[in-house]
Design a protein around this ligand. Structure first.
Ligand SMILES: [Zn+2]
Length: 385
């Protein structure tokens, strides 16, 4: 099954329908009814299925096994084997997406008949999403669709590669593109103009000051390598010549917050400063001046109590799992399920160290660990609480 899924080149920018339709047909042959939710372009879809003869009877309850179907690209990477053909060697399966995270999806699909057989005691849902590596649009529409159809799972396991260890926290991320528009003039006449670069620089300095204050004052979350929220400006463009007061400046900045700090706490002061303090000064000289913030990615931080029933249950079943720090630096779909009221833990086979790189692989050992986990899962009952 891993070999089959790797052969679908589901890079985020491309369609994932080949894989989704393959999974749909595989599941339909078992007598269940996968539900597909397409994106606006009809080129991508999520798949959700309840592995039960009467899915309506398990609308409340059951555990979701969830994975994203898209992968990062392979452009410019030096691969020793064909990235979209599984290559078996030295106790490993190589291929783009083996670790992140088609290995998990494939094992779950292969286990579907056994999940189905265990439906009376341990109902399982499968969830396959698109666009996790880019926008998180897929999982948002999937979770919205579940709410619309009144499906309220008791918990969710996101099978991102964690070496089968339970992950209970990661930072959130929000980024903005800020466009500053002033008024241009010959540089000998600067007082008649509004210098967009200089105003952008003031916002950037404000962002930096906010970042410094956060690093000094925010209560630490020691699970993270950088134990506080961060802000930084990553891109800037503006101006055309030294002797022209620049009319336009565009820059991009991002914020990464620890679970205890909200997105808005971190970014609202920036918007307030720009619109409340800088814009009136700019408009006093040139009424056409403007500062616009366009939000890009907006992913909440993820956190679940380390001793939540779902986490304890998943760790017990995985056996290989130890909580360790329980936090990772990569983002997942977990906060989207979590914010929809579905307790969620991140745990899956393979290592993030191998993800996104050339010669990505999953070890047969990790595949076996995931299968043992599923074996204990079907012999278990969903956690209560
Ligand atoms: Zn992933």
């Amino acid at each position: 099954m891993i070999d089959r899924l790797i052969a679908f080149p589901t890079v985020s920018r491309d369609s994932n329908l080949g894989l989704i339709e393959y999974a749909r047909d595989h599941l339909a042959r078992l007598g269940v009814k996968p539900h597909l939710v397409y994106d606006a372009s009809q080129k991508k879809a999520n798949l959700f299925v309840t592995l039960a003869d009467e899915p309506d009877a398990v609308k409340s309850g059951g555990i979701v096994l969830s994975g994203h179907t898209d992968t990062v690209p392979v452009d410019g990477q030096d691969w020793a084997s064909e990235p979209f053909r599984a290559h078996h060697a030295d106790g490993r399966i190589h291929g783009r997406g083996t670790a992140d995270m088609k290995g998990f999806i494939a094992i779950a699909l292969a286990w579907a008949p056994r999940f189905l057989a265990a439906q009376r005691t341990m109902p399982v849902h499968l969830s396959l999403t698109f666009d996790e590596e880019t926008t998180f649009i897929g999982v948002r529409s999937l979770v919205a669709d579940l709410a619309e159809r009144g499906i309220r799972p008791a918990g969710c396991i996101i099978g991102e590669p964690t070496d089968m260890q339970a992950i209970v926290a990661h930072k959130g991320k929000r980024d903005f593109c800020c466009t500053v528009r002033g008024r241009e003039a010959h540089s000998s006449l600067t007082p008649t103009a509004v210098n967009a670069i200089e105003y952008a620089a003031q916002i950037i300095a404000f962002i930096r000051a906010l970042a410094d204050r956060q690093s000094r004052e925010e209560p630490r979350d020691a699970r993270f390598i950088v134990p506080h929220s961060t802000l930084q400006t990553g891109v800037i463009r503006g101006g055309i010549a030294t002797n022209v007061v620049p009319r336009d400046c565009v820059f991009e900045f991002e914020m990464r917050n620890i679970p205890a700090t909200s997105h808005d706490t971190m970014t609202q002061p920036i918007l307030d400063y720009a619109n409340g303090e800088l814009l009136p000064r700019m408009r006093a000289v040139a009424p056409e001046s403007d500062i616009a913030f366009a939000m890009g990615l907006d992913l909440p931080a993820y956190g679940i109590e380390p001793d939540a029933p779902l986490v304890r249950w998943a760790m017990e079943l995985a056996q290989t799992a130890r909580l360790g720090t329980g936090a990772v630096s990569f983002a997942t779909e977990a906060p989207i399920f979590q914010h929809a009221g579905v307790p969620t833990v991140v745990m899956g086979p393979g290592s993030i160290d191998q993800a996104h790189k050339p010669n990505e692989y999953i070890s047969l050992e990790q595949i076996a660990a995931c299968e043992q986990f599923f074996g204990r899962l079907i012999a278990s009952r969903p956690p209560v609480g």
